[in-house]
Design a protein around this ligand. Structure first.
Ligand code: SF4
Length: 380
């Protein structure tokens, strides 16, 4: 079942490590909301309406900067143009520095049933280093307020492998996250993305990334701690209490259709002549608004997913999440699809990196730590 993604490209402050498309200047917010309505209508005209929408995700940027009235406008259009399932998972990404109880209650009443907080750390000096706008105390208050506002399905994002981060400091982050009892926790290693202020700091030797062995140790602590507290690891960086896996993430990883709205948003649709088509919007609010005001799609690129690319993506996405579903590969590649890699698979199984069942190959915790290396061995 398809998913919708809405990219809200505004942030109060640009964090030093972030390479998502967002701007600090809010002057174009009203213009953006007007053209977003045009994009929703135009994309809906091309949508296969035999399908209903199973998940909606507002990401960014900082969607929690929008007001109740602005969300109401967007939701009324989504409901007008799409058939949204009554039990759809509807998520709002939120910066803890932008919400309080009243606003969270508004989010709940406009239709959100899942909220994802970008907490990143429970140490104020880490948050200062990352140039986040919130404190650890504000993050805890935001989660508590979300429960009071009626959210049951709360997710917390954390970042590990910060420069000089010790195992004890990371364990303290995990402990405080678990104490808040979120249904879902995402734990990402800090990546030094090109063209970010963090990359410049690293280049100028102002900070040094954590060595790989220490990064791996923190990752192992993450898996051991979260799984021992009832969180199931269902992707390299994602952990959930039973029944609370992110259905939206799952749709991405399963090559289900998804439509993205907003600057830089990506979309994917199955296609009758290939394995699918992916396209993406321009990474500029100006160009995005200009195109839609001319009633043109604001796309800057696209690609068709041929057999080879589909195979590669199925291996990577499958291994990253709940396993390669071999049944999906049989119609295109035959039942002996991975027999050419039998030797490598057996060796990795003996090393405890993966488990093979009748129609599935999935990673163990040990395997998740070297997921990319394993995928590279299976691709041909
Ligand atoms: S709040 Fe989120 S989207 Fe905005 S700059 Fe920071 S990390 Fe990026």
């Amino acid at each position: 079942m398809p998913s919708l993604y809405l990219h809200i490209p505004f942030c109060e402050h640009k964090c030093i490590y972030c390479d998502f498309y967002s701007i600090e200047n809010m002057d174009s917010k009203e213009r953006f909301l007007k053209v977003l309505e045009i994009e929703i209508r135009m994309r809906a005209e091309r949508f296969d309406h035999t399908q209903s929408v199973e998940t909606i995700f507002f990401g960014g940027g900082t969607p929690s900067l929008l007001s109740r009235q602005q969300f109401e406008r967007i939701f009324s259009l989504l409901h007008k143009y799409f058939r949204i399932e009554s039990n759809a998972e509807i998520t709002c990404e939120s910066n803890p520095g932008t919400v309080e109880l009243g606003k969270l209650s508004d989010f709940r009443s406009v239709g959100f049933n899942r909220i994802s907080f970008g907490i990143q750390s429970f140490h104020d000096d880490d948050l200062k280093f990352l140039t986040r706008i919130h404190s650890a105390e504000e993050a805890e208050r935001a989660v508590e307020s979300a429960y009071r506002a009626g959210f049951e399905n709360v997710s917390c994002d954390l970042i590990f492998a910060l420069p000089k981060q010790t195992p004890d400091r990371w364990k303290e982050n995990l402990r405080r996250a678990i104490a808040l009892k979120p249904k879902h926790i995402s734990a990402y290693a800090l990546i030094v993305e090109e063209q970010t202020p963090l990359a410049t700091m690293v280049k100028n030797k102002l900070v040094a990334p954590l060595p790989d062995e220490e990064d791996a140790e923190l990752y192992e602590i993450t898996i051991n701690t979260l799984t021992s507290h009832g969180y199931e690891q269902y992707e390299v960086s994602n952990f959930a209490q039973p029944g609370y896996l992110s259905r939206h993430n799952f749709n991405y990883w399963n090559h289900e259709d998804y439509i993205g709205f907003g600057p830089s948003a990506h979309s994917f649709c199955k296609d009758s002549s290939t394995s699918g088509k992916r396209w993406w919007n321009v990474r500029s609010i100006q160009s995005y608004c200009d195109a839609l005001e001319r009633n043109e799609f604001p796309e800057s690129g696209n690609e068709f997913i041929d057999r080879k690319k589909f195979f590669t993506e199925e291996i990577f996405l499958g291994l990253r999440s709940t396993g390669i579903d071999l049944k999906k590969l049989y119609p295109l590649f035959g039942e002996d699809v991975l027999s050419i890699r039998q030797k490598e698979i057996t060796e990795m199984e003996q090393e405890g990196l993966l488990i093979r069942s009748a129609n599935k190959i999935f990673l163990t915790s040990k395997g998740y730590a070297v997921c990319d290396e394993i995928a590279a061995q299976l691709i041909f």
